[in-house]
Each structure stands twice: as structure tokens, then as C-alpha cells.
Design a binder for this molecule. Structure first.
Ligand SMILES: [Zn+2]
Length: 125
């Protein structure tokens, strides 16, 4: 890629990084992990789930603690709270991942620009 194209790309990357700024200004609390639901049997032999196969919906919260994934079953009243808290976390982590990616791309472009300018410098000797 020629150097002016690289400069254009560099400007674009700075713009995109700047757009991420708001994501990192999050002040509301968050919770690492996520929430999902699945269908399950309760184990009671007299229940519909065991007799008729009508499964219960269970909401779970998964998170990592000391490198291990843990799962907690949520009470109905807590589902929304966990969803809100983990959504903020997921957004934050996505923005962070994009930032890391842009950062790498910026460094690669800077290396190319640096190399190009040094080559030009040598020609002036
Ligand atoms: Zn059941």
C-alpha cells in the first residue's frame, strides 16, 4: 500500500478509536459474564417436566472467577438486574477488543510510515 493510502487509513483508525471513547467513559456498575436461558428438568418425578416433557425455563448467569467458568441459576426477580449489569460489561469488552485491534493496526501503519520516511531520508544524503 502506498504511503498516502496508509495515512488515510491511519486517519480512519483514529476516528474509529475516538468513537470508542464514550464506551470507556461508562460510569454505571457492571458485572463480568453474561445471562442466558435454557430448558431444564427439575427432577421432581411428579412434575410436568418429567411426565410430559414440558421443560422449565431457567435463567443462568455465567461468569469467570479465578480462571474458572461458573454458572448461577437466577431468581425471576433478579434476571433484569443481571441482564443490565452484564450487558454493560459485554459492551465494554467489545469496545476494548476493538480498541486492541485498532491499536495493532495503527502500530503496523506507523512502522510502514517510519520505514518509508527513513528510506527517503537516506536518499537525501
Ligand atoms: Zn419440573
Amino acid at each position: 500500500m502506498d504511503i498516502s493510502r496508509l495515512r488515510q487509513k491511519l486517519n480512519g483508525l483514529f476516528d474509529e478509536m475516538s468513537d470508542l471513547r464514550q464506551s470507556f467513559m461508562e460510569r454505571n456498575p457492571m458485572l463480568n459474564g453474561g445471562v442466558y436461558k435454557n430448558k431444564t428438568k427439575c427432577g421432581n418425578p411428579n412434575c410436568k417436566c418429567m411426565r410430559e416433557g414440558k421443560l422449565h425455563i431457567a435463567w443462568r448467569y455465567y461468569y469467570t472467577e479465578n480462571g474458572k467458568t461458573k454458572i448461577k441459576t437466577l431468581k425471576k426477580k433478579d434476571i433484569l438486574k443481571y441482564q443490565k449489569l452484564t450487558e454493560r460489561y459485554i459492551k465494554f469488552r467489545e469496545a476494548r477488543a476493538r480498541f486492541v485491534k485498532y491499536h495493532k493496526e495503527v502500530l503496523e501503519i506507523l512502522n510502514s510510515i517510519e520505514a518509508d520516511l527513513i528510506e527517503k531520508g537516506k536518499k537525501e544524503l
